[in-house]
Design a protein around this ligand. Structure first.
Ligand SMILES: Nc1ncnc2c1ncn2[C@@H]1O[C@H](COP(=O)(O)OP(=O)(O)OP(=O)(O)O)[C@@H](O)[C@H]1O
Ligand SMILES: [Mg+2]
Length: 330
């Protein structure tokens, strides 16, 4: 029996549909990832599973409890690591965990053992009596994960667990998450917009865009489903090159996007000279070429016509533009 089960879960904010009829099931002990760009509906979806937001329609169960009719049952079964649940900076690591343990009614005589256990798990036991304000970003995130585990949850929900962390710390967090599953059989449901995170950490991934699941499979299943090699060309006119290459039998798919052309084709390395020749004949200047096996970003591009990376960059840019505009208005 799945430990998480959602069927046709929908969340509307007035007339805007943030999560659109999502159905999925997660098995016990799985690490499941919801991958999508900014604004795709990841936090909204996970918020309904953890009973922080009520679904507009549809049903979901976690550990056998219905999120709408039995939120208490759900909350007892889960640990939550969300961005906005701040730690108390003035308290020590130990005190933060002790407070949380009390909140979750962990019996007083068990608290110290459990706190030390979870602190060891995230390798912060030597810092137990230091105030959180002296911790780095990665250490804080580890402490937040420890806090989410203090009441031995069956399912741990993580919203963007490594957002803003450097690559090395990110890998560390992945190791802890893997260890949790290996040693404690905790089911992990996480959201991310980092493709590498979804690819290396998750057993299965659901790709979400505009509130809808567009694909769901294992990382290799998703990548293999595309077939062929990916050839990425940066060029002066991706659309022109795309139409020049139309009709070439070896090309399975071609997508111009953001100053680039992504082609999928078999035996890509052998086709590069022909493609370069066609580009020259059409007067398209190619400034870089790279060939790789399909990535999750190529999967996203295939179904949406955009890449997750470009989406995130453009969101960040629009955020900066808005911030600049706001500053000007002050
Ligand atoms: N309380 C709310 N009221 C109105 N709209 C909302 C509300 N919360 C979220 N939204 C909208 O719903 C959409 C999905 O937001 P959500 O936070 O779930 O995205 P996300 O995938 O988590 O994005 P990010 O990667 O930026 O965290 C966005 O368009 C957002 O503006
Ligand atoms: Mg979010």
């Amino acid at each position: 029996m799945p430990i998480i089960s959602a069927s046709n879960i929908t969340k509307k904010f007035n007339s805007f549909t943030a999560v659109n009829s999502v159905s999925l099931q997660v098995e016990k002990g799985e690490i499941f990832g919801l991958l999508g760009p900014n604004g795709a509906g990841k936090t909204t979806f996970i918020s309904m599973l953890v009973t922080m937001k009520r679904p507009s329609s549809g049903r979901a169960e976690v550990n056998g409890f219905d999120v709408s009719s039995d939120p208490r049952g759900v909350r007892k079964s889960i640990g939550i690591v969300f961005q906005d649940q701040a730690l108390d900076e003035e308290l020590t690591a130990y005190e933060n965990l002790d407070l949380h343990a009390a909140l979750y009614s962990v019996p007083r005589n068990e608290r110290e053992i459990r706190i030390m256990e979870v602190l060891k798990m995230v390798e912060l036991d030597s810092r137990r009596d230091d105030q959180v304000k002296t911790f780095s970003g990665g250490m804080r995130r580890r402490l937040e994960i420890a806090r989410g585990l203090i009441h031995y949850p069956k399912v741990l929900f993580l919203d963007e667990p490594t957002l803003g962390l450097d690559p090395q710390t990110r890998k560390h967090i992945w190791e802890y998450i893997n260890k949790l599953r290996r040693e404690h059989n905790v089911t992990v449901f996480l959201t991310t917009h980092y493709m590498e995170e979804a690819d290396t950490l998750c057993d299965r991934i659901a790709i979400i865009d505009h509130g809808k699941i567009i694909m769901m499979d294992t990382p290799s299943g998703l990548k293999d489903s595309l077939g062929g090699d990916t050839l990425l060309l940066e060029c002066s006119s991706p659309r022109k090159l795309c139409s020049t290459l139309k009709g070439q039998e070896c090309i399975i798919d071609s997508k111009p996007h953001n100053g680039k052309l992504t082609l999928r084709l078999d035996n890509g390395e052998k086709k590069i000279p022909m493609i370069m020749q066609k580009a020259r004949d059409a007067g398209v200047a190619v400034s870089s070429v790279s060939l790789h096996k399909p990535t999750l970003d190529d999967v996203f591009l295939h179904y949406t016509g955009r890449t997750i990376r470009e989406e995130n960059i453009s969101s960040a840019e629009s955020f900066r533009m808005h911030a600049r505009a706001r500053r000007r208005m002050r």
